[in-house]
Design a binder for this molecule. Structure first.
Ligand SMILES: [Fe+2]
Ligand SMILES: [Fe+2]
Length: 358
């Protein structure tokens, strides 16, 4: 087997203080499908909800631990700044802006980021979310077969002083958008952006440990100065979907992320199967990285480790998937527990507050 290289994200796990409110936001407003209702296997009194674009495929999965008493966290070094979900184009993006705004969600953008256009808002716990267009992609300012080789300065019109903020704010779809139409469906993790205090060390880790490639070296377009680098699964021709991880360079900063509600708990990258999962463990241990044993999470197998700046990461196997304990047409309908928690089902069901139907 050659050097290991992840195919991209498997899932992202965030912290909610109210599972019913999270369900209403991600299912009813954002149109994602609840594909699994279970408990945190390490804390069975807490819900663990899984959402996806309905496919349940790696790269489309958002999960939430419900910790009602969790204090609000805050972003910083060693944490995720925001999660971007994909939409097909600028038209569907404006449909989203109108739908979210009408629901009372404050939305900013769309901002032209060059490689895609971006809308920003937060979920009810404060997690920063983005809806990003699929294109035009990373080859707009350097050749598709040489991504990441140049340090690219964004043009003036994409920086704050070059934008027409009034026109951006006013731009929206003219009519209400009461339903999430098929063309609007969000298609999973577009990218995840985090903060690091050591971009060089972080890059060596992403490339050496995870096998990702540097595909863009540029600057934060909201200040024009902070370095903003993008890594992804890249074969020298194309960047794979659901694989872009970006880092803002907060060199030497001690402003660290504080875990809690509205923050990302961890991000998971893909392993092809159980055999590759074992190879990942050996590979990471061989690099001197502290790695947990492989744990059975029913829907996939997992191992956990930390990036040098502190971000908790996971390698999760593609299989066996969410249909392992309920029919594909029934995903998310009933509370599923692993065999070893089934005997505690009565206590667990008494502890969990039923999710409010809407
Ligand atoms: Fe972003
Ligand atoms: Fe996970």
């Amino acid at each position: 087997m050659g050097p290991l290289s992840t195919r991209g994200f498997h899932h992202i796990t965030m912290v909610s203080t109210d599972a019913s409110r999270t369900l209403a936001f991600y299912q009813d407003l954002l149109g994602l499908a609840l594909v699994k209702k279970t408990v945190n296997f390490d804390d069975p009194g807490a819900y663990h909800l899984y959402f996806s674009d309905r496919s349940g495929e790696p790269g489309t999965i958002l999960t939430f631990f419900e910790w009602p008493r969790s204090r609000r966290g805050s972003w910083g070094v060693g944490g995720v700044h925001h999660l971007a979900l994909g939409t097909s184009d600028e038209k569907t993006q404006l449909l989203w802006k109108r739908r979210l705004t009408d629901a009372g969600v404050h939305v900013s953008g769309p901002l032209d980021r060059g490689y895609f256009k971006s809308l920003y808002f937060t979920d009810p716990d404060g997690q920063i979310l983005e809806i990003a267009t699929r294109g035009p992609g990373y080859a707009v300012d350097e050749p598709a077969d040489a991504l990441g080789t140049a340090l690219v300065s964004p043009p003036a019109e994409r920086l704050p002083e070059g934008r027409d903020e009034g026109a951006i704010e006013a731009l929206t779809h003219p009519d209400p958008v009461p339903e999430v139409t098929e063309e609007m469906r969000l298609d999973g993790i577009h990218h995840i952006s985090a903060l690091t205090d050591d971009l060089t060390q972080a890059g060596e880790f992403l490339e050496g440990a995870l096998g990702l490639s540097l595909v863009k070296r540029t600057f934060n377009q909201d200040d024009g100065k902070t370095k903003h680098y993008f890594w992804a699964r890249y074969d020298g021709r194309e960047v794979a979907p659901h694989s872009a991880f970006t880092l803002f360079d907060w060199a030497g900063s001690t402003h660290c992320a504080r875990p809690g509600a509205g923050q990302t708990h961890h991000i998971a990258f893909r392993a092809r199967d159980d055999e590759e999962q074992e190879a990942w463990r050996d590979h990471l241990l061989g690099l001197g990285i502290d790695v947990t044993p492989v744990l059975d999470r029913t829907y996939f197998r997992s191992l956990y480790f930390r990036a040098p700046d502190g971000l908790l990461m996971e390698i999760a196997s593609d299989g066996p998937g969410f249909a392992v304990d309920e029919a594909p047409s029934e995903l998310g309908r009933s509370l599923k527990l692993p065999d070893w928690l089934e005997e505690k089902r009565p206590q667990i069901e008494r502890t969990l507050v039923p999710l409010a139907a809407r």
